[in-house]
Design a binder for this molecule. Structure first.
Ligand code: UD1
Length: 479
């Protein structure tokens, strides 16, 4: 592993597995049943994992600055594998998934340089890639490791990437990534839990990916990104239909163009990529995180606060803004990078269906459910992207929310008076929904397993405290 700067040596000492806690002490066992209001004073949990303690009821007021988009930073870091030259990236959020991606690139022999830890600026150089492999230990902590498959095949002609497997929110297969790569001439075998892929050689000449006409059966974000990166160095033209249109795709296209790629159609569902023989180094700053911005919009609205959200891209939040306005929360677009949200006089129920961009993002569904618990009337929430993404609902119900689930539909009746208890975070965005519920609950809410939220929200505790929330991190003995 070649890592320079402050990361050197740090990773080796880092404890990856946060799930292996030690025996609960009496105090913690008590807290599992729910903290008694005002009695939860211990600051160091004896269990392995960090928790959040929230005292609800504060209206959030002030200004909060949004970080770079995790879901943009992941593909642009993977894209650095496509060139032997230096790629400098800015505005990378300081979250755990990006540290994981750095480890993955370093494992492949790319040189990842940072000047601070955790970093927001990365310099990645991959003059040679001796180890075209994404091992299980890294992939299991971050499914987006699959994003290295396309670049490795384009650059090296071989790749060995662990199959991501399922996750809490559903099976999440990668069949669409693989069948598209097969169309581009890749031979793929899956064995022993790994995708073993190679581009066949032509006589003594190293094989090169071939441009192809690909139509995805369903829209996939990382699938679109993988094919974009593969096609950028392929021989001939690739036409990708039913492609994802997320702003993070456009951000990747902007970076690839700066590297010399020839791509048209970003922002539409048909992408046309003319492969080039080589890509070169560049510098790029990733777009603001629209999910973090949306989460703070919901936080302002649900607590009846007055929040100014800076460094964001309101143009990427059309559906969320429209939905919040429908629910009664006033939102002003102050300028191209600033929004202001105020609490509604009364939040009103409104149905919501998750969709691919520009529809309402599935990554905002849990946060919207928290809001719906406080809205007057019945909200029908339909999840169309993932089959098992209502895990937060049962935790919200334990806090007093009125929710019933039927398959991919959730009916939320509000307003409900939520009361604090101990809840479990099950995935990244579910955790954000629980934080919002905790902000309006009576008394104290303890959120367990916040390693999920640390994967994708930069300094969320500090940012919330900065606008008046009563939230603190209870440090586990393993962190
Ligand atoms: C990305 C985002 C994630 C977001 C999701 C949907 C990143 C790193 N992650 O995840 O935050 O929630 O988009 O907006 O950008 N599918 C298949 N076969 C495939 C690929 C996908 O059946 O080969 C299915 C999935 O199981 C899912 C749906 O397609 O039901 C959409 O998934 P996809 O867009 O691929 O999600 P990710 O790219 O993993």
């Amino acid at each position: 592993m070649r890592v320079t700067g402050i990361y050197e040596g740090l990773w080796e000492n880092e404890t990856e597995s946060r799930v292996s806690g030690v025996e609960l002490g009496e105090r913690e066992k008590e807290s599992e049943a729910g903290p008694k209001p005002g009695t939860y004073t211990k600051r160091l949990t004896r269990e392995g994992m960090d928790k959040f303690l929230i005292r609800g009821g504060k209206a959030l007021q002030g200004t909060v600055e949004i970080s770079g988009a995790k879901n943009s930073a992941l593909p642009v870091m993977a894209a650095a594998l496509l060139t032997a030259e230096k790629v400098t990236l800015h505005n990378i959020p300081k979250v755990r998934d990006l540290t994981t991606m750095s480890k993955l690139l370093a494992f492949m022999d790319a040189k990842v340089s940072v000047t601070e830890f955790p970093a927001s600026d990365y310099v990645i150089e991959a003059p040679t890639l001796n180890h075209a492999e994404a091992p299980y230990d890294l992939v299991k902590t971050m499914r987006a490791s699959i994003l290295t498959l396309g670049p490795l095949l384009a650059r090296k002609g071989v790749a060995r990437v662990s199959l991501p497997g399922g996750c809490a929110i559903g099976a999440r297969p990668v069949d669409l990534h693989l069948s598209a790569l097969e169309k581009m001439g890749v031979e793929i075998l899956t064995s022993h839990g790994y995708i073993e892929a190679r581009v066949p050689n032509h006589g003594s000449r190293r094989g090169r990916l071939k441009g192809a006409r690909i139509a995805f059966d369903r829209i996939t974000v990382t699938g679109t990104e993988n094919i974009l990166m593969a096609a950028a160095l392929a021989e001939g033209e690739t036409i990708l239909e039913n492609a994802a249109r997320e702003p993070e795709i456009t951000d990747l296209v902007v970076l690839l163009r700066k590297m010399g790629a020839q791509i048209e159609g970003d922002g539409t569902s048909t992408l046309r990529i003319r492969g080039v023989a080589e890509l070169h180094g560049t510098e790029h700053s990733v777009i603001p995180d629209r999910i973090e911005a949306g989460t703070f919009l919901m936080a302002g609205a649900i607590t009846g606060g007055d929040l100014t959200i800076t460094n964001c891209a309101p143009e990427h939040l059309g559906s969320v803004i429209a939905k919040l306005r429908e629910a009664g929360a006033p939102i002003d677009i102050v300028d191209k990078t600033t929004m202001r949200v105020r609490g509604a006089k009364k939040l009103v129920a409104s149905n919501m269906t998750t969709e691919e961009y520009p529809g309402f993002a599935t990554d905002m569904q849990a946060q919207y459910m928290a809001l719906a618990t406080q809205a007057e009337g019945t909200s029908l929430i339909t999840e169309t992207i993932f089959e098992n993404r209502f895990l937060h609902a049962s935790e919200m119900m334990r806090m007093g929310a009125h929710i019933s689930i039927d398959g991919r539909k959730a009916v939320v009746r509000g307003p409900a008076e939520l009361s604090g208890t101990t809840v479990q975070a099950s995935d990244l965005r579910a955790s954000a929904g629980l934080v919002l519920a905790g902000l309006v609950a009576n008394g104290e809410t303890v959120i367990d397993r916040v390693y999920h939220i640390d994967r994708g929200y930069e300094r969320i505790v500090e940012k919330l405290r900065g606008v008046g929330a009563e939230i603190e991190r209870l440090h586990g003995t393993v962190s």
